[in-house]
Write a protein that binds this ligand. Structure first.
Ligand code: M6R
Length: 610
């Protein structure tokens, strides 16, 4: 979850590192630090708190260094503090490392290193890396070899970048199960946890593979595996531009990303589903014969991605008539699910780095199941693990709350569901073409919903002081209720729960008291009548009812205190539109309560530990 960045080239390294850390801050922000070589020694500055603290602390620092490494931390081992902040130095103080991930055997390694005379200064697992690399340098290895040999001794997940003031013209990185990307400039090179820090300088990147180490110097890039065998770097171009990674005039990334959804959905559909009903999903690596051989689908994911899976289950089962089971990824592999070569396991992960989802896909492969993943990050770990990959093409999502990546995940899942229904002959070509036509209408309809933002804001500001919210829905509205509640609690710290409306009478209705806001996802469906009865029951007990409903639905108008209007669409596609008022509601409640929606407390964008 931490963000790491490294630079070597002609520029002054400090501003490159600080700017890079700012753009990586969504990965963690409890402390930050940099290490830069200065006259044969390392200058290391670290601060507890956000990157701005570090920027203030380095204000008077010399700017003449042309290489350096930096880190922004999300604590996993050792409390958030300055002494636990990275970079961590070796005993000489000449060598420093930054690390993202978890070293599982750090206790044993620390004991061995201490017995060998090494002195530790932090409570982190990461510091063992500095001392291990030091031990290999002392034994005669150059920095690249020392890092690779150290990496071989580490158990767990890690991306490391190291620098040695005795050879300031090079930085070295290595990765196992944590992301690290190289940026190739003109005589200058970058290393980072993702592409955001590279975009101001270059779009040419090399995605370091698991078990590779790289040395970057003005002379170029050298990549080796952990055995020391040379690998030729294979570069690719990033299509995202710098502006895409910035706020584009919105006060927060989350609001910008909510508004980007129509564009993101168009990008997700383009080239895959054309208006005539034709589907092209070659990237799935699943032929019609393969699909005919699948008798069950498992979906595994975490958080909002899990909700995307729940939404998709309704469509898969109705369109393709195939059984779908869904699990939170952290439960999946520990409950001995029954898999076979006839099972398809679909993993969903925005970041492509979520440890549990990654592990679930690996587990599925070991059980000989077929695997497909849906991710937003090209080159992410999960994309390299599965038989087929569907990219969401949502562009970088910086806000911790998943918004545009969730709606585009759902779109990818629907395409997959249509692909299955077509291959299994479960849906007529005309019916499939109708769904695709409806889907292509969604971006414009989403724009309509977004244009009504001021109405959502007004409702949100009125209810912002409430101590708790309930969200209810039926059918495909049920996972939306869970998502509405997750979004609200995650960014505004208000207690919120999402329920299947039919479950209200089995317990949750006891929470209802005068004025408790109940948000009902009440768009058109085969169960709307039943949902309206549940709304009536809540209203009779004094709840304040807010409904997400379709234009002109008189039945809902009669029971709702407030209505957040969305255009009409097919029942199964309604999540695409209904999610927007729920996202905006959470956003405006968070703002009204003075919370930072982009950086909610205790959370990180990418959860790379179990
Ligand atoms: O990167 P992933 O999609 O695997 O992340 C899964 C969850 O951590 C993520 O959806 C989380 O729940 C979001 N912060 C919700 O807004």
């Amino acid at each position: 979850m931490c963000g790491i960045v490294g630079y070597v080239g002609d520029r002054s390294a400090l501003p490159v590192l600080l700017e890079g850390l700012k753009s990586l801050e969504y990965r963690g922000y409890d402390s930050a630090g940099v290490a830069l070589p200065l006259d044969g020694c390392l200058e290391v500055v670290r601060r507890a708190g956000k990157v701005d603290e570090l920027i203030a602390a380095t204000a008077g620092s010399a700017n003449g260094q042309h290489s350096g490494i930096g880190h922004t931390r999300w604590a996993t081992c050792g409390e958030p503090s300055e002494s636990n902040a990275h970079p961590h130095r070796d005993c000489t103080g000449n060598l420093a490392i930054v690390h993202n991930g978890i070293i599982e055997n750090h206790v044993q390694l620390r004991q061995e290193l201490v017995a060998g005379g090494h002195v530790f200064h932090s409570a982190t697992d990461s510091e063992v890396v500095a001392h291990l690399v030091e031990a290999h340098v002392n034994a005669g290895a150059d920095l690249l070899d020392a890092v690779r040999l150290a990496a071989r001794e580490l158990h767990g997940s890690f991306a490391i970048v190291a620098i040695d003031a005795r050879n300031p013209g090079a930085i070295v990185g290595a990765r196992v199960d944590a992301p690290l990307v190289l940026g190739l400039g003109d005589g200058e090179y970058f290393l980072a946890s993702d592409v955001a820090p590279l975009l101001p300088y270059t779009r040419r990147v090399v995605w370091l593979a698991d078990g590779e180490a790289a040395q970057l110097s003005p002379a170029g890039v050298r990549i080796v595996d952990l055995e020391g065998v040379e690998h030729a770097p294979s570069s690719s171009e990033i299509a995202w531009d710098r502006e895409a990674a910035e706020k584009a005039g919105f006060p927060d990334f989350m609001l910008k990303e909510i508004h980007e959804q129509p564009r993101a959905l168009r990008d997700t559909l383009r080239g895959r589903a054309d208006a005539s009903g034709e589907l092209t999903l070659d990237e799935l690596a699943l032929s019609p014969e393969d699909i005919a051989g699948v008798d069950k689908i498992f979906i595994v994911a975490c958080g909002s991605s899990y909700h995307a899976g729940l939404v998709a289950k309704y469509a898969f089962e109705r369109w393709a008539r195939i059984p779908v089971e869904i699990d939170v990824a952290s439960e999946f592999r520990y409950r001995d699910p029954v898999l076979s070569p006839k099972t398809l396991v679909v993993g969903i992960s925005q970041s492509g780095e979520t440890a549990d989802t990654l592990a679930a896909i690996r587990y599925a492969r070991r059980q000989q199941a077929r695997t497909v993943v849906i991710t937003n990050v090209v080159g992410s770990s999960i994309s390299r693990e599965a038989d087929g990959v569907l990219y969401t093409h949502a562009g970088p999502e910086i806000g911790v709350a998943a918004t545009k990546t969730l709606t585009t995940q759902i779109a990818c899942l629907w395409l997959l569901g249509l692909w299955f229904s077509w291959a299994r002959g479960a849906l007529s070509p005309e019916a499939a073409a109708e769904v695709i036509a409806d889907l292509w209408r969604c971006p414009e309809q989403m724009e309509e919903v977004l244009a009504d933002d001021s109405r959502v804001r007004e409702v949100a500001e009125r209810f912002a002081p409430a101590e708790g919210f309930l969200f209810i829905g039926r059918g495909v509205g049920y996972p939306l209720a869970m998502e509405g509640a997750l979004k609200l609690k995650e960014i505004s710290y208000v207690h919120a729960e999402g329920f299947a409306a039919g479950e209200m009478k089995h317990g949750p209705i006891a929470l209802i008291d005068k004025g408790v806001p109940v948000v009902a996802i009440a768009t058109h469906s085969r169960v709307l009548g039943k949902l309206i009865s549940n709304i009536e029951e809540a209203r009779a007990r004094g709840a304040s009812i807010v409904c997400v409903a379709q234009k002109g639905d008189e039945r809902v108008l009669e029971v709702a205190g407030d209505v957040l209007v969305v255009p009409q669409t097919a029942e199964l596609l309604s999540p695409m539109l209904d999610l927007i008022p729920l996202q905006l509601l959470a956003y405006h409640v968070a703002k009204a309560r003075g919370c930072d929606p982009d950086r909610p407390r205790n959370l990180a964008k990418s959860v790379t530990v179990e």
